[in-house]
Design a protein around this ligand. Sequence first.
Ligand code: SF4
Length: 351
Amino acid sequence: MTSAKTLRTPKALADAGLIAPERLPALERVAAQYAVAITPAMAELIDAADPDDPIARQFTPTEAELQVRPEESADPVGDFTHSPVEGIVHRYPDRCLLKVNHACAVYCRFCFRREMVGPEGLRPLSPHALDAAMAYIAERPDIWEVIVTGGDPFILSPRRLRDVMDRLGRINHVKVVRFHTRVPAVQPELITDELVSALQAPGKAVYVGLHANHAREFTPAARAACARIVDAGVPMLGQTVLLRGVNDDPETLTALMRAFVETRIKPYYLHHGDLAPGTSHLRTTLEEGQALMRAMRGVVSGLCQPTYVLDIPGGHGKVPVGPDYLSEAGVEDPAGRRHAYPLSPSEDKEA
Ligand code: SF4
């Protein structure tokens, strides 16, 4: 299945053969609530004959999104409650988010910011709002790292990214700038030399976090786009959302983590699915997530091991959620056997 343009409506998805036309009325209701976009690179990866295709599951709207559970929330990670000025989310003392735009190349059906992102957010922060956000960062010497996110910052033009980096480059106490994006995988043609060069600023360590959830996203074009970034001296980190029916089995998760490492990207976080509205069909339990992490430990290279994290609802921060290998009974090895280990130093014996 090929398509030259990003598919942005259920009708376009039906015309491309990605959804059955009889589903259009229900999916129009979903699309009226949550933005839809599937780039040509992702549309080409979808096997329309497979009802469980893991790429389709991430990007194709479904009727299940209309079912909102009581525990779900429009702002599951507390962005609004931690936003002192437009464009800034400041949750932890030494770092803040700078949300430069609210649009993305694709719209993920499980997005934790699904109530905030979409085509109506296409306009980046206004010049006045960007000035105020930069002033907020400049006035707080504790901010050591700025995480540039959105939306997806890599859909901005290299000129705009250069402007953001130039401004951050002038703030001495900011030492690290991290970009979060899906673009190298979902729209790799945007990763031009010009864009990569716009990420550089003298004296700043720049990282790019790539969000990818299935090894199939690492197409030759995606790998080449990542290589352009890494070859320019910009280290990359992998971020994955644990998703039911996409990557919630040990073989699929292992293949994904290996694809990251083969592309010179260190898996960083495996996110437990956030309580975003209409996403329960894609969420696993914490217990299932822990079992997956256990299955990879000891079998798969340590380089491939992300930290499994939960963003506590309400904006209380991200914490590792195990599994835990240490208890009063000792320490557990990767095969599940317990071994005695002193939890505190023993008393010195008298000579
Ligand atoms: S790219 Fe990120 S911000 Fe955009 S829809 Fe996907 S998860 Fe949400």
